[in-house]
Design a protein around this ligand. Structure first.
Ligand code: PBG
Length: 337
């Protein structure tokens, strides 16, 4: 039997494998590429000096005191990583009902920013203004009678954002999903002379189980009462997410973020198509941990899946990715030339 003939009858002249036949054809037709320029590295900061404290639920990720973080950020800049995103794990005694430490000019996050700016001026610094690292209840906003109050929270995060910009933050990334925050932050920054400080909106932040290890990292998991469903978006809702992003665009966001990442690639794509703004995915703690845990058990090829997931964000329309793998990826890309 002439098998070639049979296949030819079905495929005609269409043979997809011709473009896949060799390394050189595959390189030639490759549509998307991951480069070091696509990476934002999230890091956790703790008070003190000389501290590099492993996070149990995120193997390979550490909480670092500012001095140690400066060394790490220098290394990141040396590898060509364009930006970092910082999250503080502050002392429990400093956390209170309203997250008042967020309004202390030289709080941990602002100390870290100032230190990075001084030691590593050529790396971008992205800071979150959500209140969860600062509140005694682990919520992102101010809690009054069991309700996260919107406008009062916005008022506070605007002031916190200005202080972060004063300390040297380049991009303010508000993750607390309060209504009207982008416009309010923009006005606050401009009024304080920070016209060049950008806003990366966590435009579509979903109420997700993938944040679990992060809450361990900044020690909010034991504090959190209830859930965040009254301000984060339900994983069931795509159109609502688009509407939320549209408001942020109107209010002046410079960049949009989708969070979590890999389970929300449809949202990345829809947002990129709809608005054309730079779109970033946050490959969050639970996504990182899943890959690490399976790899540590020898059940998957961790390196391969790290590269594959990040490339898939690019294919889904993302301009970049916040990832705890950023340093590993940058090293791998540097080695492979
Ligand atoms: C809260 C915040 C979260 C993350 C960063 N800032 C989510 C949360 O705790 O509800 C998650 C990041 C991650 O999981 O890597 N403002």
């Amino acid at each position: 039997m002439d098998r070639t003939h049979l296949v030819d009858e079905i495929t005609g002249h269409r043979r997809m494998r011709r473009n896949r036949k060799a390394d050189w054809t595959r390189r030639l037709v490759q549509e998307n590429r991951l480069t070091v320029d696509d990476l934002i590295w999230p890091i956790f900061i703790v008070p003190g000096t000389g501290i590099v404290d492993p996070i149990a639920a995120m193997p390979g990720v550490n909480r670092m005191s500012v001095d140690k973080a400066v060394e790490a950020v220098k290394e990141a800049a040396g590898l060509g990583i364009p930006a970092i995103a910082t999250f503080p794990d502050i002392e429990m005694e400093l956390r209170d009902e309203t997250g008042s430490n967020s309004l202390v000019a030289n709080n941990l996050i602002n100390q870290a920013t100032a230190a990075f700016k001084k030691a590593v001026p050529n790396i971008g610094i992205v800071t979150d203004v959500a209140l969860d690292p600062f509140t005694s209840h682990g919520h992102d906003g101010i809690l009054r009678n069991g309700v996260i109050v919107n406008d009062e929270t916005v008022d506070q995060i605007v002031r916190a954002a200005v202080m972060q910009a004063d300390a040297g933050a380049d991009i303010i990334a508000p993750s607390e999903m309060m209504d009207g925050r982008i416009g309010a932050i923009r006005r606050g920054l401009d009024a304080a002379g920070h016209q060049d400080v950008g806003i990366m909106s966590y435009a579509t932040k979903f109420s997700s189980g993938f944040y679990g290890p992060y809450r361990e990292a900044i020690n909010t998991s034991g504090l959190l009462k209830g859930d965040k469903n009254s301000y984060y978006i339900s994983p069931a809702n795509g159109t609502e997410a688009l509407r939320d992003a549209a408001l942020d665009v109107e209010e002046g966001a410079d960049m949009l973020m989708v969070k979590p990442g890999i389970a929300y690639l449809d949202i990345c794509w829809r947002i990129k198509e709809a608005f054309g703004l730079p779109v970033f995915a946050y490959q969050v703690s639970g996504e990182y941990t899943q890959i690490k845990a399976a790899a540590m058990n020898g059940w998957i090829d961790g390196d391969r899946i790290m590269m594959e997931t990040l490339l898939c964000f690019k294919r889904a329309g993302c301009d970049g990715i916040l990832s705890y793998f950023a340093m590993d990826v940058a090293k791998k890309l540097a080695k492979n030339g």
